[in-house]
Design a protein around this ligand. Structure first.
Ligand code: AMP
Length: 389
């Protein structure tokens, strides 16, 4: 998600720039001024309460503002992001915004301050007043709005400056120049977003080799629990010995162990652009755990792919592998192969179905050569990254 607030005095160009940004970055636009004007036009109670204040150039109460934006925010948990225009306008509203964003487990990325001198603001608004039909675009009210801006709204800047989340832009340039400056900042913010891919598929569908190749190509960290468990055993650590004992008894490794390992992996992965998860989550419980782990880093699952290979082909592939030195301990007999496939069907297929209920799960055809499948996967991931960024 990317959540941005456009800030600046009346007439700074927030509305003009927003129209483009909303379209280009697929954001939900929240302009409190526009929402209030809509309420007034509809003759609602809220609109009537706000009318006189707006007409005089004052600020509408924080209570009214919360009422008009809360619904839009909480009703759009799957949004790619929000663009706020004219909000937060008081430092109280900055706290309100924090609280509302928290409800969606997200936060404001940054505030972009369009700077223009007072006289530019006045002349732009007077010009706009000739056609806008807005009851507050006349000189007396404009001066009032600017006074309110200096007294109540400017402290908001300090709030975000203290958090290191404020960017200044010269708002006097052409629409295109200002737009380019804003886009650059948004792009930087988007580049900070992690791209997290969960790769599903039956054992033998090729997730392992494809996952490693995808991670390398897109600068992601490959997280395969099976491999991590093996590494831990070989490291001879305390946890490694615990895992080995569980393996010998034919038992599943506990979530406590797996989660600790993944947590460590995520925390130590500095500078990566995201993660490819393979073999995790394997159960519904683990899918909740993954959400929690990623949320801790202000992130979430970005894309879920199911690599589809017909069951008979999967059996054939696993059987063939069992006769090579790429053989895994668990493909050594038909009995074990079938057990593993059944385990996948019973435990992991419901996880995929659960993801399907919440979001799009891409099914990628996993038949054909490695390069053919890799090509299809790359295509999907590129699209996914483009949407995220
Ligand atoms: P705008 O379209 O952003 O220039 O807003 C027009 C008018 O709506 C302002 O002068 C205020 O009276 C009112 N308004 C808009 N947003 C807010 C807000 N966040 N808090 C208080 N009043 C607001």
């Amino acid at each position: 998600m990317i959540n941005i607030a456009l800030f600046g005095p009346p007439g700074a160009g927030k509305g003009t720039q927003s129209a483009y940004l909303v379209e280009r970055f697929n954001l939900i636009y929240i302009s409190t001024g526009e929402m209030l004007r809509r309420e007034m036009a509809a003759g609602s109670k809220l609109g009537e309460q706000a009318r006189d204040i707006i007409a005089s150039g004052g600020l509408v109460s924080d209570e009214i503002i919360v009422q008009i934006i809360e619904k839009t925010i909480t009703e759009n948990p799957q949004a790619a992001g929000f663009l706020f225009d004219g909000f937060p306008r008081t430092f109280i509203q900055a706290y309100i915004l924090d609280g509302l964003m928290m409800k969606l487990n997200t936060s404001l990325n940054c505030l972009i301050n369009l700077k223009i001198p007072e006289e530019v603001s006045v002349s732009r608004l007077l010009e706009r007043g000739k056609t806008s039909g807005r009851l507050d675009d006349n000189e007396t009210v404009i001066r009032n709005r600017l006074r309110e801006y200096h007294e109540k709204t400017l402290p908001v800047l300090q709030f975000y400056r203290d958090k290191g989340q404020q960017h200044d832009i010269d708002g006097t340039g052409s629409v295109e120049q200002v737009r380019a400056d804003i886009v650059r900042i948004l792009q930087q913010e988007l580049d900070k977003n992690l791209f997290n891919l969960v790769l599903f598929g039956y054992p033998g569908a090729g997730r392992g080799s494809q996952g490693i190749a995808l991670a390398e190509k897109f600068g992601l960290e490959y997280v395969a629990t099976g491999r991590m468990l093996d590494e831990e055993i070989h490291s001879g650590s305390e946890t490694g010995r615990e895992i080995a004992a569980l393996y010998e008894n034919g038992e599943l490794v506990t979530d406590e162990i797996v989660v600790r390992l993944i947590e460590k992996k995520i925390a130590n992965a500095n500078g990566v652009k995201g993660f490819v998860f393979k073999g995790f989550p394997r159960t519904l419980v683990q899918s909740y755990i993954l959400d929690g782990l990623l949320r801790k880093h202000g992130s979430g699952v970005s894309m879920v792919i199911d690599v589809a290979v017909p069951l008979l082909e999967v059996v054939q592939r696993l059987d063939a592998r069992s006769r090579t030195d790429r053989r895994m301990p668990y493909d050594s007999s038909t009995d074990r192969i079938v057990k593993r496939l059944r385990e996948h069907e019973n435990k992991t297929v419901p996880v995929i179905d659960n993801y399907r209920k919440q979001r799009e799960v891409l099914t990628i055809d996993g038949t054909g050569t490695f390069d053919e499948v890799f090509g299809r996967l790359c295509h999907a991931v590129e699209d996914g990254i483009r949407t995220l960024r």
